[in-house]
Design a protein around this ligand. Structure first.
Ligand SMILES: [Zn+2]
Ligand SMILES: [Zn+2]
Length: 306
């Protein structure tokens, strides 16, 4: 039987099929839940839906292509620099212990990468695309400029490789980074979902939609809740905000970004970055609502938190 498509095109089509299947699964899970347990009344086909759908496919196809070379180089370097006995000890740990260690070190890397994306204007240019969503639901998880996505993935994965949790010999050696990325991605869809579920006392341990929705608030306590899965890191670093029974009134940023995918992809490269929304007055407003001590306006201005 003649080969109809080349191997590279074949691999690409398989990737498209794979992420289409994932989209079907995510839709079956989240669309009914977001109707039954909505935090805010919201349409499925809300503003930005088509753009976010495009981001879904872009985000599903691009990172693996761009990350494999730097991560391979990092794993190779770590193998030469780190003592063999240390790497052997890490490799001998049971998978569950390596997965938990990977989740924690990966999340610490993610936290700081994410926080820097808010604090460094050049990085904020790209990250502001994610925050431009005016309606937050599970699909907003995928709204990210490729530069922002690759940077945040690198920040999360590099620490795992640096402590010997990612191997140099390909996917079979990289089960921990693959597992942690999969868990993180799935949890990312959950914390963006328009779901009013709260986890009670477990909320100090694991993030919820409420926790991350406050990260997207347009007004009030902004520049909080940088963690993706482990909110206690925000407590540790002084950026945690989670009132008991409140949700943000509105989402987005003050700057007006283009609506189209092409416009948003070009935006960070063509224009000045949008204004940072970290106005000290906003942070002071938050103090009266916060259940943990709020950072001071002076700290916010200095960029020193916690
Ligand atoms: Zn952010
Ligand atoms: Zn988000």
């Amino acid at each position: 039987m003649p080969q109809l498509v080349g191997p590279q095109l074949q691999a690409f089509l398989i990737d498209v099929l794979r992420i289409s299947l994932w989209l079907a699964i995510l839709t079956v899970i989240f669309v009914p839940l977001e109707r039954l347990f909505a935090a805010h009344p919201q349409k499925i086909f809300r503003k930005g839906f088509a753009t976010d759908l495009s981001y879904y496919f872009l985000s599903g196809l691009i990172p693996a292509l761009l990350l494999s070379a730097p991560l391979g180089l990092l794993a190779w370097s770590v193998n030469r620099i780190m003592p063999g006995s240390f790497l052997a000890t890490v490799a001998a740990l049971p998978l569950w212990a390596r997965a938990i260690a990977g989740l924690v070190v990966g999340e610490i890397g993610y936290y700081w990468g994410h926080r820097l994306s808010h604090e460094i204007p050049f990085l904020w240019r790209f990250h502001s695309i994610h925050h431009s969503a005016e309606h937050v639901d599970f699909l907003v998880n995928t709204r990210a400029h490729p530069v922002d996505l690759v940077f945040s993935r690198l920040c999360a994965l590099a620490p795992m490789y640096m402590v010997g949790l990612g191997g140099p010999a390909g996917p079979a050696d990289s089960i921990v980074p693959v597992l942690v990325t999969l868990i993180g991605t799935m949890w990312g869809f959950f914390i963006h979902a328009n779901l009013r579920w709260r986890f009670g006392p477990l909320e100090w341990l694991i993030s919820t939609p409420a926790f991350h929705h406050w990260h997207h608030t347009r007004t009030g306590p902004i520049n909080r809740n940088y963690a993706s899965t482990l909110p206690w890191l925000d407590r540790l670093f002084g950026t945690h905000y989670l009132p008991h029974n409140q949700w943000p009134e509105s989402y987005g940023i003050k700057a007006k970004l283009p609506d189209s995918l092409a416009g948003q992809l070009a935006y960070p490269l063509l224009r000045d970055p949008p204004d940072s929304t970290a106005a000290p007055s906003d942070i002071q407003t938050a103090a009266s609502m916060d259940e943990v001590p709020a950072m001071s306006a002076e700290d916010a201005e200095r960029g020193v938190i916690g």
